[in-house]
Design a protein around this ligand. Structure first.
Ligand code: HEM
Length: 116
């Protein structure tokens, strides 16, 4: 690790040749591919002999900033039905106002016809 021009390098290992022989199993290796697996490797507390074995699979160094971040799964956005609530509101308003208007009209006609 460490670099002259501000870049941070990490060591790269090709563990595809090691999947079947890894005492920790192939699943953990596969889950650590395509990303910086330094933390995963260190968390296990590998023995010095394990570190020696790594030399066989050494590929080179890579600028840490060029390692893609593991993408987290984000569920696709559900389409929002009836996002525009104004039409719904107008219908509710009319459901209230139309009977009132009819009632008002009826009362008005009744009053009008009575007085004449
Ligand atoms: C070239 C890289 C690697 C080498 C040479 C290597 C080698 C070994 C060896 C020799 C062991 C047996 C225990 C020991 O001696 O420490 C071991 C165990 C283990 N390794 Fe790796 N390993 C590598 C990468 C990784 C990575 C990237 C992970 C995690 C993503 C990992 C996870 C484990 C686990 C979970 C165990 C089992 C520990 C236990 O049962 O106590 N290893 N590895």
């Amino acid at each position: 690790m460490g670099g002259g021009d501000g870049k941070v390098f990490t060591l790269v290992y090709d563990v595809t040749k090691f999947l079947e022989d890894h005492p920790g199993g192939d699943e953990v290796l596969l889950s650590a591919t395509g990303k910086d697996a330094t933390d995963d490797f260190e968390d296990v507390g590998h023995s010095p002999s394990a570190r020696e074995m790594m030399d066989q699979y050494y590929v080179g160094e890579i600028d840490v900033s060029t390692i893609p971040k593991k993408k987290e799964y984000t569920p696709p956005k559900q389409p929002h039905y009836n996002q525009d609530k104004t039409s719904e509101f107008i219908i509710r308003l009319l459901q209230f106002l139309v009977p009132l208007a009819i009632l008002g009209l009826a009362v008005g006609i009744r009053i009008y016809t009575k007085s004449s």
